[in-house]
Design a protein around this ligand. Structure first.
Ligand code: SF4
Length: 181
């Protein structure tokens, strides 16, 4: 019985008999995209939906992200899920700043993205007021399929970004708007 194995995520490059050549940037992007280590910053109900995404039915491990990190220094994807109070804001920002480059941020659900239904004096009206966000997932709460879609979008970003992301003028300008050096 012959088994037809195809490489689904092969980067663009030059191919011939016995060789394949591509750029270092594409290989690094591919490796990064398929080994993202998330830091789940979960404060309320959206976190429960993330637990369902991790469990066997949706199985986040299929995308190389089953290794959660509760230390910012060993994480490259900050996933913010739940209501973030203004008191919690400086803590979230410190966690973001402690993460090493390259790093990405996923804002999951209405509360993290905009304050959601909690338009009150004590709730941060969107985490992008204190840290840059790469992908937003809508919903209250978003379904696990939406969480997977958000992670796939982060993977697309990681594949196409420069190896030294932090040194690009666009990224420096973005961090400068947040007062982050
Ligand atoms: S968006 Fe909805 S489900 Fe998610 S934390 Fe806010 S209230 Fe809870």
């Amino acid at each position: 019985m012959s088994i037809d194995i195809q490489a689904k995520h092969q980067p663009e490059g030059l191919e011939g008999a016995g060789y394949f050549a591509t750029s270092l940037e594409k290989v690094v992007g591919l490796a990064r995209a398929n080994s993202l280590w998330p830091l789940p910053f979960a404060t309320s109900c959206c976190g429960i939906e993330f637990m369902a995404t991790m469990a066997s039915h949706y199985d986040l491990a299929r995308f190389g992200s089953e290794r959660l990190s509760f230390s910012p220094r060993q994480a490259d994807l900050l996933m913010v899920m739940g209501t973030i109070s203004k008191k919690m804001g400086p803590v979230l920002r410190q966690v973001y700043e402690q993460m090493a480059e390259p790093k990405w941020v996923l804002s999951m659900g209405a509360c993290a993205s905009s304050g959601g239904i909690f338009d009150t004096y004590s709730v941060l009206q969107g985490i992008d007021r204190i840290i840059p966000v790469d992908v937003y997932i809508p919903g209250c709460p978003p379904r696990p399929e939406q969480v997977l879609d958000g992670i796939l979008k982060i993977q697309e970003l990681t594949k196409s970004e420069a190896i030294r992301r932090r040194d690009t003028p666009e990224y420096k300008a973005l961090l400068a708007t947040y007062g982050i050096e």
